[in-house]
Design a protein around this ligand. Sequence first.
Ligand code: NAD
Ligand code: MG
Length: 413
Amino acid sequence: MKAISVLGSTGSIGTQTLEIIEEFPQEFKVVALTAGRNLPLLVKQIQQHSPEVVALADESLLPELENQLNALPLEERPEQPPQLTGGADGLNTAASWDHADLVVTGIVGCAGLLPTLAAIRSGKDLALANKETLIAAGPVVLPELKKSGSRLLPADSEHSAIFQCLQGTPWAETARLSTGVPTPGLRSIHLTASGGAFRDWSTEELKTATVSDAISHPNWSMGRKITVDSATLMNKGLEVIEAHYLFGLDYDHIEIVIHPQSIIHSMIELTDSSVLAQLGWPDMKLPILYCMSWPNRLQTPWRRLNLTEIGKLSFRSPDTEKYPCMELAYAAGRSGGTMPAVLNAANEEAVAQFLEEKIHFIDIPKTIEIACEKHKNELKIDPSLDDILTIDSWARNFVKEQVKKNASYINKS
Ligand code: NAD
Ligand code: MG
């Protein structure tokens, strides 16, 4: 029985992780949960899973959580009341909970960084969904992994596909460690992308894209931030940096290919030119389950892939003019050091401003580009955690200021 800590349990990744745990009660149990603000759902999860500890990001909501739990009829309360905690320390407590074997990181954004580091420092294995943490703080996270021996298992579907393909090579052991060292025998990675909400829109039409247009993804059902990232293709750009840190390939050997059906989740090319791919329906449960069951495979009743039903798999090059975020991410990744942290923080803030309808969709890449440009002279190649946190908050404030000033580039679009 594997004991699981779920960070961000009320989100898309978190709820899917809990569904898996409910499907396999002999294999997995919940020991820790953390959430943001969705108390009604969190209370249900506590009733269902009886975790040992529950942490709320916003400490001020703790009394309300306690009230809601106490208001439950006796027979509906969890057998053992969980330890309730909150704030940054509370999240770290849940992330490094002694009884946990695996921590699923489903917090969105760089808010996941400190809890993820707490999990790593306590030697836990991680199912990494919270890619922003690795992108912003790769130079800090990788040495910590090495030091503690904790293993980073990729839950992002593309990186899971790469990881799964690597299991079929003689270098599975190196790939398993995922500490950013080049995986021997691996020549290149082909990251597949669905193309997002606007794949059939023209560049001209993008100027009128609204929030509701951007948050409807054709193939995947996910949280709002990552759905907007998919629409700008920044998600794929972030995944290029994620792949660089996970598998140690340089940026010239990580390619993006648009694959509208989202059936091939990514491919690897080996030195002998053989290409391996992992296929499946677009459903995050499979990559999450693989992190949880690895190195084993569980038997599921899930819908099986039917190639003749799909009929056709197609591929095309990404349009970098229509979607500037990909090139911004490659450039930030190549600069290295603190630049990916600026890219990530500027993106998080720009997406938040877009979701609040303060900037247009096409302002997102422009805003990020200006922030990265501004940071060029301040770049630190070998940053400390403090450097990353300072720069993350600088980039967020920079974007907020730009929007407040209603800078001309925002309206000229
Ligand atoms: P989501 O918005 O649905 O859920 C986010 C979770 O984090 C919620 O439980 C929320 O309460 C919590 N949270 C939000 N802000 C927080 C904060 N400041 N401190 C602590 N907790 C906070 O997001 P999601 O779609 O589940 O994505 C989670 C992560 O997984 C992201 O990094 C995303 O890029 C990655 N990911 C998601 C998917 C997917 O299918 N949803 C796929 C691949 C990767
Ligand atoms: Mg992905």
